[in-house]
Design a protein around this ligand. Structure first.
Ligand code: COA
Length: 205
């Protein structure tokens, strides 16, 4: 595995619960990692709403790694799950990301360890993780953390551009936009006329 700039490097890091002020940095690290070219499925699901939602719902399972200088360089976002008929509780690690400059320094492992402990303290019997099937780096990383028993899950998609409702909806949107533009134009014309009228009244005096 590659180490940062070829150097493992000792790093003073603090793992703590994510706060409101961290959401932007966490989002940006994710933007850097989950790109459309590399992981389209992860890219589609990664947005500000996802982070805010998890933070609001399950904040105690959202952790960040912070440097001595207070810079957030990694995150682990999880949630707790329980089915109504089952006594089992599951911890689900939904998102894990380490800023590329800080990869290979044991930060991912520390985040997973701390999140695991939190899940255990909330009576979880199992921890789940999902990622892209081609994300071999992450799969290898998770294997080193004791994860196994992979179950395949397939995402299928349908382009809606040819759906009749899609066309109707888009046409309605275009009509609404052009109506708005006309309304704005008309109000400018009326305001212009009023201004001209005032000007003429002034001249007549
Ligand atoms: C995968 C990821 C979280 C690993 O974090 P990290 O901080 O670099 O990993 P660590 O330094 O803690 O490594 C822990 C172990 O995993 C192994 N490992 C880490 N990255 C690896 C890689 N790219 N390939 C193979 N093994 C890897 C390390 O060798 C180490 O093993 P060791 O304990 O035997 O030395 C990080 O690279 C990342 O953010 N990837 C992109 C985002 C992603 O795919 N997230 C997961 C799905 S949401």
């Amino acid at each position: 595995m590659k180490k940062l700039n070829g150097v493992p490097g000792a790093l003073e890091l603090r793992i703590r619960e994510m706060g409101l002020e961290d959401l932007r940095e966490v989002f940006q690290i994710g933007q850097e990692l989950f790109t459309a070219e590399k992981w389209p499925t992860l890219y589609r699901a990664w947005d500000e709403y996802e982070i805010t939602e998890l933070y609001g719902r399950d904040g105690e399972f959202c952790l960040v790694a912070e440097t001595e200088r207070g810079r957030v360089v990694a995150f682990a976002l999880g949630t707790m799950m329980q089915k109504p008929q089952s006594a089992w509780r599951y911890g689900w690690l939904l998102w894990l990301g380490v800023s590329p400059r800080y990869a290979g320094r044991g930060i991912g492992a520390r985040l997973v360890n701390q999140l695991t402990e939190r899940f255990i303290e909330h009576d979880a019997r199992m921890i789940l993780v999902d990622t892209d099937e081609d994300n071999t780096e992450a799969l290898e990383f998770f294997a080193t953390q004791g994860f196994g028993h992979a179950v395949r899950h397939v995402y299928i998609s349908k382009n809606l551009a040819k759906h009749p409702r899609y066309r109707e909806w888009q046409a309605a949107k275009r009509r609404a936009i052009s109506r708005d533009r006309k309304r704005v134009l008309m109000s400018r014309v009326v305001r212009g006329r009023d201004a001209m009228a005032k000007l003429h009244v002034g001249k007549g005096r």
